[in-house]
Design a binder for this molecule. Structure first.
Ligand code: ZN
Ligand code: ZN
Length: 309
């Protein structure tokens, strides 16, 4: 996301990657087809937003950040936004086509946005502050079920969150962050991956690569050391475990026996073709199924990994 690319290029490359994935993993066809249209709308809007100057965001307060407060939760967001109305309506229309069961959610949100152009910025603020009670109040007011209301919000507002993350990420480069949730928006990761560092010696020191976590909400990626559960902070190697199969040793399922959460992980160090991070959750979807069969639950609940609920 560093260089703004044209919407056309971004969409073409996304379609290609999705087609490649369906070819490699035919069992993903149905899931990917459902998500494809939404992902395309997301890529188009994101590319459009990226052609604007990055939002002029002040650096986060280093002390607050070191105390574990994600950057966006302290910021006055509304003045940063362009008009969100049109972009959000497009996203909601795509959401409705991708997920017919969410028709009601998409329509009520779109109607609300038409009436109240301030609502989207307020929703983003509640999401990044994880204000569950306030979100529930909105859901009640719109007569929607809180979980599906939140899912519809997260999916349709994602390009704006990615744009905000793009604006704030440069400030975080020199700041340290050792939490399992996103330093920008506070959401938990949906996937992780191991990547070789630039230096070979560093690779050896890290025993096979650095671990990167991918935020389920704003797509930001951050590093976290490998022997810790991102969800509960458990560092006891005896209660942290990972599984992988002989056929695909690069695909790993990390679980924590303390909090019973799991996180899929892709070891990219030996891979020739590395999927883009936003598609990794799909790449590793079969691991969600295995984890949930074993009684673990995901850190980030997402529509595609709600397999047993
Ligand atoms: Zn995030
Ligand atoms: Zn844990």
């Amino acid at each position: 996301m560093e260089n703004p690319v044209s919407a056309k290029d971004e969409v073409a490359s996304l379609k290609n990657q999705v087609d490649n994935m369906v070819e490699r993993k035919p069992f993903l066809k149905e899931t990917l087809n459902a998500f494809k249209e939404l992902m395309i709308a997301e890529a188009e809007l994101r590319a459009q937003l990226m052609t604007r100057p990055a939002p002029g965001m002040p650096p986060p307060d280093a002390l607050r950040l070191s105390a574990g407060v994600p950057a966006l939760s302290d910021m006055e967001l509304a003045p940063l936004f362009p008009d969100l109305t049109d972009g959000l309506k497009t996203m909601l229309a795509a959401l409705k086509r991708s997920f017919p069961p969410l028709k009601k959610e998409a329509e009520r949100l779109a109607a609300r946005v038409a009436e109240d152009p301030e609502a989207p910025a307020a929703w983003i603020r509640l999401l990044v502050r994880n204000e569950e009670d306030a979100l529930k109040k909105w859901a009640d007011e719109l007569e929607l079920e809180p979980a599906s209301f939140r899912f519809a919000l997260e999916k349709s507002l994602k390009p704006f969150l990615q744009w905000l993350a793009h604006g704030v990420a440069p400030h975080l480069e020199q700041m340290s962050w050792d939490r399992g949730y996103c330093p920008i928006c506070g959401a938990y990761p949906d996937t992780s991956y191991l990547k070789k560092g630039e230096e070979e010696s560093e690779y050896l020191v890290a025993h096979g690569g650095r671990r990167w976590l991918h935020c389920a909400l704003c797509s930001h990626e951050w590093r976290l050391h490998r022997i810790v559960c991102p969800y509960c902070g458990n560092e006891d190697a005896d209660t942290l475990e990972y599984f992988s199969s002989e056929e695909s040793p690069a695909e790993r399922l990390h679980v924590c026996h303390t909090c019973k959460k799991y996180l899929p992980c892709l070891d990219t160090s030996e891979l020739i073709e590395v999927p883009p991070a936003d598609l990794m959750p799909f790449e590793l979807l079969h691991l969600d199924l295995i984890a949930q069969e074993k009684g673990f639950s995901p850190m980030a609940w997402r529509h595609w990994n709600q397999l047993t609920s």
